[in-house]
Design a protein around this ligand. Structure first.
Ligand SMILES: [Zn+2]
Length: 213
């Protein structure tokens, strides 16, 4: 596995998001062999900004994660800054979840897609009874869909730019009118066919990393 050596720093300095694109199983396969690989330790303290000393390992804590298939318990790795003036800790969370959530992004993408196709949140909430961790209330589903919409609105231009620079020859489905989400889901399908590294990566998973970079 080519674990990349950089992290996205996010606004809340006590968490950093892993850059790797991975599902839960490949995360576990990797970290259960000896934790976060040496080359992937945080290179910079998100609190004080120092880059001179590697952050030290500082144990793990267990965290529940729900995906479309099942419930998992994963270790989340903690590090701390060795500078005496800092000494703060940071957790490295894998990119398939958001920082304070147990519900993986594949579930949230499913909800966004269904709502975008016209299903009501009330109906969707009922259906989530069969999902791991479910059922999820209408209010929870509203929070997810609203939160992602706000993020997509903020990053729409940058996502288009990213796509058009890398994939200038994508068929842009001319003359079609789609919702914003549908445009990106459709284009993402084309991108997945062209670039194998994205083959098993849901759009939302990629977008989560992208919008935190
Ligand atoms: Zn520090």
């Amino acid at each position: 596995m080519a674990a990349s050596s950089s992290y996205f720093q996010i606004a809340f300095a006590n968490f950093m998001v892993m850059e790797w694109i991975q599902d839960v199983q490949s995360y576990l396969d990797l970290v259960l062999q000896g934790g976060i690989p040496e080359e992937d330790r945080p290179k910079q303290c998100p609190h004080c900004g120092q880059k001179d000393q590697l952050l030290h390992r500082h144990g793990t804590y267990p965290r529940k994660v729900f995906t479309l298939e099942k419930e998992w318990t994963i270790p989340v790795f903690r590090f701390y800054c060795p500078l005496p003036t800092c000494k703060k800790t940071v957790c490295i969370i894998p990119s398939f979840i958001q920082k304070h959530q147990q519900v993986a992004l594949d579930i949230q993408e499913e909800i966004i897609q269904s709502q975008d196709e016209g299903e009501s949140l009330a109906a969707l909430s009922k259906k989530t009874g069969s999902l791991p961790g479910g059922s999820y209330s209408e209010k929870t589903l509203w929070r997810w869909t609203k939160g992602w919409k706000v993020r997509l609105d903020g990053f729409e231009g940058k996502v288009w730019e990213w796509i058009l620079v890398r994939f200038p020859h994508l068929s842009l489905l001319e003359g079609q009118t789609f919702s914003k989400w549908k445009w990106f889901f459709k284009l993402w399908e084309q991108i997945q066919k062209r670039q194998t590294e994205f083959k098993n990566v849901p759009f939302l998973h990629w977008f989560h990393r992208f919008s935190r970079s």
